[in-house]
Design a protein around this ligand. Structure first.
Ligand code: BF8
Ligand code: SF4
Length: 678
């Protein structure tokens, strides 16, 4: 195990200390995205303030908050941990650094769990209301998946109609939000491997119901409740696993309602905006709105043409963008951090948003242009923007209202004669890799046991393992630099990559979701593997396969969880033995904290490339970076330098693959059971 013996990589501390982490804070051009760089010149010249300016203005950020040792849980505070000893080393109530850091961290998990899961609840409600006949514009687009999901969660499917089953699946999902008693979450129980179920039961982290786990976290972190950092973190893990349950049911039901993604071609970056068309950007997360906009826009092309446009150009930002990319090939305009820059092109007629990752700063930029910012959800409004209450009972009508507003706005834009400023920068991409689509590719090589194509390639050393890429943008890292560097390093070292969220939008924008990127960056093993997959599938693919496989939005991290579970089942081991790692190179949101926590609890090492607020407690730090590995087999790798991070990820993969090979060899040689130790 050559690389693992490099002890410098076993250090749980990041390679750059806190004080030297932020370079050149006054330079707002913190990105490697050429379109964003062009737009930042334009916004600077025109005094348009964006997140890039605000990030710079916030520097240096408060060191207490940054390290997680600022407590605002009660208003006797805020309290800050000022030293190692004496009264200033504790909050007013006597809370120590470890209590404060742990409480803050698990409250972030509860925030993340709430966001993902409430999104899931909306989708489950639509399925339920559709089955009841109250949401007539929705339909079951993947009845096979409906039956597979129903069977998996233990419903009797024989002799039932799709509508009956849809209602039962929706009710089962809604029950996972709140049920009396101690029964565990159904969707999670139906997808975990046996050994993980046992592990979660033994460690008392198996969630009962989503709402209940969020409430329990909020309760235990109220002033004067849980002070034990380990107990707090285990409570957080239970909530993070409830988040996974919410993500699983979101993905399952989205596929049932909107279709399970298949490989699709599209484009990404601001160059997808077309000044001669009515430009509508869908932004946020929930496909119940964006999918309706996509479906309705197709029917309203003629109206747009009658207004003098050459058509309607839809594009997406953030995860709702990923949802409609995966299922419809709608292009990606940009990712989270550059959302305001999209409006600054002056070409966007309407930006329609639902929930999550929508910067309030959008409104200020929209005011400088003709762009209408349209909010649609009652829990997500922005002062000064338009609010069109989205009504699932009249979904198409709601969507048509938004599109009609965009057509009117287009007319105003054209009449004003104001120039637009769209960078001519975009890249082609291939996306649409649901787990079903991925297994379908493998099945062309091994129809009896598709997943074995992947595990065999690892066993033979052709590929080094799998890396899941996930997460956001964070200007602590240079925008999209960590993403692209880590992808290139993984590729060079023959790592098969899957991913979701804004990192895949970065990959797409930089041309990394193409075969050209395979030729440029993949090591020989990875290239041979991707070529072999393509050769076996070329009749049904729209193009050659990409360097990394886009699996969808952030709730679709459940697809990645299903992938490693399938690999563990194939190997006959628990997840911590599978050569699989994860990386969130530029994480930012509470959702990312929840995801990262369930990733490590599932037994997967997870790199985070922007520092979460944990450095204020050595105890909490060591629990999440080291002790978590002893208990669950996964741990956080907190490292802000992408090159060092890549080395640490590769070391973890190499160690796992090496150990698995040795254990398999020993089992074969001595005719014993495969060793289960990790
Ligand atoms: O849910 S990766 S910035 S858009 S939180 Fe947000 Fe982060 Fe993007 Fe998707 Ni996920
Ligand atoms: Fe301060 Fe304790 Fe209140 Fe936190 S809970 S603000 S540490 S008194």
């Amino acid at each position: 195990m050559p690389r693992f013996s490099d002890t410098s990589l076993q250090n749980s501390k990041p390679s750059v200390d806190r004080k030297n982490r932020i370079k050149d804070p006054k330079n707002i051009k913190r990105t490697v995205d050429p379109a964003a760089l062009e737009m930042l010149d334009f916004t600077s010249e025109n005094n348009i303030i964006t997140a890039f300016d605000r990030w710079s203005a916030q520097q240096p950020q408060c060191a207490f908050g940054y390290q997680g040792i600022c407590c605002r849980i009660c208003f006797a505070g805020p309290c800050r941990i000022k030293g190692d000893e004496g009264p200033g080393s504790m909050g007013i109530c006597g809370a120590k650094d470890y209590t404060i850091v742990a409480r803050n961290a698990v409250r972030m998990m509860a925030g993340g769990c709430s966001a993902h899961s409430d999104h899931g609840r909306e989708i489950a409600n639509v399925l339920y209301h559709m089955a009841e006949g109250h949401a007539p514009d929705y339909e079951i687009r993947d009845a096979d998946k409906l039956r597979r999901v129903a069977k998996r969660i233990g419903l009797e499917v024989e002799g039932k109609s799709d509508i009956e089953l849809a209602k039962e699946v929706a009710l089962a999902a809604l029950e996972d939000f709140g049920r009396p008693g101690e029964e565990k979450c159904t969707f999670l129980k139906s997808t975990l491997c046996e050994k993980r179920i046992k592990k979660f039961e033994e460690t008392d982290v198996f969630p009962r119901a989503i709402d209940r786990e969020v409430v329990e976290v909020m309760h235990r972190t109220h002033v004067g409740v849980d002070a034990d950092p380990v107990n707090i973190i285990f409570g957080g893990i239970k909530c993070a696993l409830a988040d996974l349950n919410g993500e699983q049911l979101s993905t399952d039901i989205s596929d049932i309602l909107f279709g399970t993604p298949k490989p699709v071609m599209s484009e990404a970056n601001l160059g997808v905006l077309d000044p001669d068309k009515v430009n509508i950007i869908v932004h946020g997360h929930n496909p119940i709105l964006s999918q309706m906009v996509v479906d309705t826009a197709r029917e309203m092309e003629e109206e747009a043409k009658a207004a003098g446009a050459t058509g309607i150009q839809l594009s997406g930002i953030c995860c709702t963008g990923n949802e409609v990319l995966m299922r419809n090939g709608v292009p990606i305009a940009t990712s989270y951090m550059a959302q305001e820059l999209a409006i600054a092109t002056g070409a966007v007629d309407v930006m329609v948003v639902d929930v999550q990752c929508i910067m309030p700063g959008l409104r200020n930029v929209a005011e400088c242009f003709h762009t209408k910012l349209v909010t649609t959800m009652s829990i997500s409004k922005i002062p000064g923007s338009y609010h069109f209450a989205f009504d699932e009972a009249h979904a198409k009508e709601s969507a048509a209202g938004v599109i009609r507003l965009a057509i009117e706005t287009f007319k105003t834009r054209k009449a004003s004669g104001r120039p637009v400023n769209v960078p001519k920068i975009k890249n082609k991409l291939m996306a649409g890799f649901s787990l079903e689509a991925l297994l379908d590719l493998f099945a062309a090589i091994n129809p009896e046991n598709p997943i074995k194509v992947l595990t065999d390639a690892i066993d033979s050393g052709e590929i080094a393992g799998v890396c899941a890429l996930a997460g956001c943008n964070n200007l602590e890292a240079v925008y999209e630099k960590n993403h692209t560097e880590i992808i290139k390093e993984m590729a060079k070292n023959n790592v098969f990559m899957v991913g979701t969220g804004c990192v895949m939008q970065a990959a797409a924008k930089h041309g990394l979701l193409t075969y050209e990127a395979v030729e440029e960056y993949a090591g020989p093993g990875l290239k041979a593997f991707i070529d072999r997959l393509y050769e076996a599938n070329k009749d049904k693919l729209p193009d050659k396969l990409p360097l990394a496989f886009h699996m969808g939005s952030c709730v679709d991290n459940s697809r990645i969880f299903n992938l490693w579970t399938a690999m563990a089942n194939e190997y006959g081991v628990d997840v911590p033995k599978v050569p699989f790692v994860a990386s969130a190179p530029e994480a930012m949101s509470e959702k990312a904290v929840a995801i990262g926590t369930w990733v490590i609890s599932n037994g997967i090492p997870c790199h985070v490339g922007a520092m979460p607020p944990l450095e204020g407690s050595n105890l909490v730090w060591s629990v999440v970076t080291c002790i978590a590995h002893d208990v669950f087999g996964g741990n956080f790798i907190l490292e802000t330098d992408p090159q060092v991070a890549a080395k640490k990820l590769l070391a973890a993969l190499e160690y796992r693959a090496w150990k698995l090979r040795i254990h398999k060899k020993a089992a074969e040689e001595y005719g014993t059971e495969l060793c289960q130790a990790f």
